[in-house]
Design a protein around this ligand. Structure first.
Ligand SMILES: Cc1cc2nc3c(=O)[nH]c(=O)nc-3n(C[C@H](O)[C@H](O)[C@H](O)COP(=O)(O)O)c2cc1C
Ligand code: SF4
Ligand code: SF4
Length: 367
């Protein structure tokens, strides 16, 4: 499989940074298979897997909502996971559980080829009363214990959350990452990219941005503010997915870094430090460094140490004598472009090296 996006979750390579977000009663193995060419992860479910949540699903189904109500949830989920895998897509299982035991037995029975996504998103009262969905966002200690139990079972864990419900979304995200969550899949509701950036700036967890993705521009905006992937539920029709995935592949071919951040002074997230100047003037960099408890001198040492022996080290003709401080490719600059041309370096390679630099900066900040 090509790895054009250089993207992984655990040991798994992700072919396309677009996911299908779960819709109860709709997103099963066949749904994902029919869209397989345009996505990297397919979240099936949500599946209720224990007595309390199955009763809640029955109640909701009786009220006219679509729900999956298989006779034997574990056997059914395992079969659907196999279908997704056979289609070449990484399977994610969106799960409604009211306790840790059912989660752990599901992981034991179905195995580690799937991502286990805890549904901390559902706002249906019956599910909240059963102790899942949004209930978990207001009872973070329970949610954290689910993450830890699944991690101990040796599987990849995602938490599907809805923005604006927890007391502090960014702090919850940070705690989830500390507890071992591999993915935070966030429905941003009306909070949009501001919330996404807030989370990106406090932890390096793999982020899937969700809500209202209907075209490439919208996906691009999420990518430019910290998303590793985007997901679609209501508009996950094959045509929309194909349009976005083709435009993204084209963008990646032209720019080399599919989710490059905006510059810091244009509202970029922490990764944009890779494009920042030498800290020599009053601008948003100084307060950003202060917040991260990095002194200006440390920043210089970090940048120069990170680009040592790479193509970004040189750059005598640029503002600060090194491409380490140079701007994003979309900012026109004849000095940077002249330097790259003289050295025979393509702009896509320049951006890939900036991505590496951003990774090293993140590693330093969050280690
Ligand atoms: C009919 C329907 C069923 C849904 N069921 C689930 C679910 O079971 N679990 C879950 O985490 N989210 C569920 N969602 C939420 C979606 O995954 C997604 O977060 C939301 O629709 C916003 O994304 P979108 O704008 O791409 O649709 C459901 C959404 C819809 C419309
Ligand atoms: S250092 Fe340069 S790129 Fe960064 S915020 Fe300041 S002016 Fe913008
Ligand atoms: S040389 Fe150009 S790209 Fe580099 S820092 Fe100066 S303005 Fe930005």
């Amino acid at each position: 499989m090509d790895n054009i996006y250089d993207l992984r979750i655990g040991e798994r390579q992700i072919s396309i940074p677009i996911a299908i977000a779960s819709m109860a009663g709709m997103t099963d193995g066949a749904y994902v298979r029919d869209r397989a060419g345009h996505i990297g992860i397919g979240f099936i479910g949500g599946y209720a897997i224990d007595e309390a949540t199955i009763s809640a699903a029955r109640l909701l189904s009786g009220q006219g909502r679509e729900e999956f109500l298989p006779r034997d949830p574990i056997t059914e989920i395992a079969a659907q996971v196999r279908l997704v895998e056979a289609a070449g897509v990484i399977p994610g299982i969106n799960i409604r559980a009211s306790g840790v035991d059912a989660l752990v037995s599901l992981a034991r029975e179905v195995g580690d080829q799937a991502i286990y996504e805890i549904d901390a998103h559902c706002r249906q009262q019956a599910m909240i009363d059963a102790g899942c969905g949004e209930f978990l966002l207001t009872h973070p200690e329970i949610l954290l214990s689910y993450v830890q139990a699944l991690k101990i079972s040796g599987v990849l864990v995602s938490v599907k959350m809805r923005a604006g419900v927890a007391a502090d979304d960014a702090e919850l995200a940070r705690l989830l990452w500390k507890a071992g969550a591999d993915i935070i899949h966030i429905d941003l509701m009306d909070y949009g990219v501001v919330k996404l950036r807030e989370i990106r700036n406090v932890c390096p967890v793999f982020l899937i941005a969700n809500n209202g993705v209907t075209d490439f521009e919208c996906a691009k905006d999420y990518f430019a503010h910290g998303a590793d992937m985007v997901s679609l539920a209501r508009r996950s029709d094959p045509k929309t997915l194909a349009t976005i995935s083709e435009a993204l592949a084209q963008f990646n071919r032209e720019h080399g870094w599919y989710n490059s951040p905006k510059q810091l002074c244009r509202g970029g997230d922490i990764r944009s430090l890779a494009f920042c100047c030498m800290p020599v003037k009053p601008c948003p960099l100084l307060p950003a460094l202060e917040k991260l408890k990095i002194s200006p001198q440390e920043f210089v040492t970090l940048k120069m140490g990170s680009v040592k022996d790479t193509i970004l080290e040189g750059g005598n003709g640029t503002c600060f004598g090194s491409l380490a401080y140079c701007c994003k490719d979309s900012t026109p600059c004849m000095f940077r472009d002249g330097t790259l041309k003289q050295a025979g370096i393509k702009k896509t390679i320049y951006m890939q090296q900036k991505r590496e630099l951003a990774r090293k900066i993140m590693q330093h900040v969050f280690s």
